[in-house]
Every structure is written in structure tokens, then in C-alpha cells.
Ligand binder design. Structure first.
Ligand SMILES: C[S@@+](CC[C@H](N)C(=O)[O-])C[C@H]1O[C@@H](n2cnc3c(N)ncnc32)[C@H](O)[C@@H]1O
Length: 228
């Protein structure tokens, strides 16, 4: 594994206890009531799209983190396999959900290969951390993990400036960002923002029948299927 990808894992391991502040707009991420309300409305729009289909027997969630989306996935599926490289993230996810229907696996997604196929694959705020030169291999892995006709759902960040101000995040160019934890520790990680049309095109080239869209300011999402 490259040093950059190892540092990215180290960053999320260290960030696990404070991670939810970002999604729930608390502490350093609190930018006022109006902002929070808009964020929540847009997050709800993505949730509504996710919940537009249900009854999946087996869902694979890649990089589930603290369970913000795992908690949605167990509402639309029977079993969720949740695969993350951070034991700290998995511990928080497990403690929050306390669900016997989630199977956790500690794994590096750049080395992992699926042993079976799933009815749905989901990843939230993960695609943007996949380096450009690893994207094709990663999407091949996703394809291999999905049954023909299986559903692929992706959600990710849209506009960096609106979502991350006041936290020390800096664009370093070349798909890299500087991130700063509450205690001041600094990590450089991969962060790539996709336009919906470009993402749809990339996914279609990889064999998915899918359309990406955005909410007004904050989120990019894509919902579709593996072409049979
Ligand atoms: C931005 S968080 C997203 C968490 C969650 N999906 C969400 O939307 O809140 C990225 C997640 O990727 C995990 N991660 C980072 N590098 C990884 C790798 N190489 N293999 C597996 N998981 C990794 C981190 O531990 C973290 O949980």
C-alpha cells in the first residue's frame, strides 16, 4: 500500500471519535441554524432516494465509518456487510447500531476482493477518497461484488468550500487536501470532487446503468444498476 493510502487510513482511525460532528454539523462544523437546516434537507433528499427501493436480501457497504448510512441500509435490506479499514470506526458503528443483521469486516478496500455477489452495493463519502489511478480497479471490484441487475448507490460531497469552512481543510492541488483534527494533528488525504455528468459517464463506461445528480449545494449521489 502506498504511504498516502496508509495515511488516509490513519487519518480516519484518528478522526473516528469526532467524525459524526461533520455530518451532524456540530462543533467546528456548526455554521448556524440556516446552514444546518439546509444541510439536513439535502441529506433527507438523498435518504429519500435511497429509500425509494427496499427489500434487498444482502447489501454490501464499503467504508461504512460510524454508521450514518448503515443505519439507513438496515431499513432497506435484510443483511448488511460493512467493510472498513478502521477498527475505531467499526467499533463506533457496532455500538451505535447494535444490530445482529450487520456483519463487520476489517479490510483495506484497495486489496479486498469479493467472495460473493450482493443485491446492492453502497458507499458514502468514499469515492472521493479513491485516487484517480486506482478508480478503474476499484470500480471493477464493485462490479464483481454486484449481482447482474443489482443496485449501486453512491453519495459523496459536492462543494468543498460550503461544507468544510473553519476546519483547517485546505486544497493542496493534485487531488489532495490537508485535513486538521481537533487536537491540531494534520493529515494529507485524497479528495476528488466529481461533476454529475462526468461521474455518470465514468460509471457507464464501467458497466453501470446509472445517473448521478446533486442536491442544491452539498451532496452528489448516483443511483442505478449493474447492467446485465
Ligand atoms: C469519509 S469516511 C465515510 C464514512 C461513511 N461512509 C459515511 O458516509 O459517514 C471514509 C471511511 O473510509 C474508511 N477508509 C479509509 N481508507 C480505507 C481503505 N483503504 N479501506 C477501507 N476503508 C477505508 C475510513 O476508515 C472511513 O470510515
Amino acid at each position: 500500500m502506498t504511504e498516502l493510502l496508509q495515511r488516509q487510513i490513519d487519518y480516519y482511525r484518528a478522526r473516528a471519535p469526532e467524525y459524526d460532528d461533520w455530518f451532524y454539523r456540530r462543533g467546528r462544523y456548526d455554521r448556524g441554524e440556516l446552514h444546518t437546516r439546509q444541510w439536513e434537507n439535502e441529506a433527507q433528499q438523498v435518504r429519500d432516494q435511497l429509500h425509494s427501493q427496499s427489500g434487498f436480501a444482502r447489501i454490501l457497504e464499503l467504508a461504512p465509518g460510524t454508521g450514518i448510512w448503515t443505519s439507513e441500509l438496515i431499513q432497506i435490506g435484510e443483511r448488511v456487510t460493512a467493510l472498513d479499514a478502521s477498527p475505531e470506526m467499526i467499533a463506533i458503528n457496532r455500538a451505535k447500531l447494535q444490530s445482529g443483521r450487520v456483519d463487520y469486516q476489517l479490510a483495506d478496500l484497495f486489496a479486498w476482493r469479493p467472495q460473493r455477489q450482493y443485491d446492492m452495493v453502497f458507499f458514502g463519502f468514499w469515492l472521493s477518497h479513491v485516487p484517480a489511478d486506482k478508480l478503474a480497479t476499484f470500480l471493477d471490484t464493485v462490479k464483481a461484488a454486484l449481482k447482474p441487475g443489482g443496485r449501486l448507490f453512491i453519495v459523496d460531497s459536492r462543494q468543498p468550500d460550503l461544507a468544510t469552512a473553519h476546519t483547517g481543510t485546505e486544497d493542496l492541488g493534485q487531488d489532495l487536501q490537508k485535513r486538521v483534527l481537533e487536537d491540531g494533528r494534520r493529515f494529507d488525504i485524497v479528495k476528488i470532487y466529481y461533476e454529475p455528468s462526468a461521474l455518470s459517464e465514468i460509471l457507464r463506461r464501467h458497466g453501470f446503468a446509472i445517473e448521478a445528480a446533486t442536491t442544491k449545494d452539498f451532496f452528489l449521489y448516483a443511483d442505478g444498476v449493474k447492467a446485465s
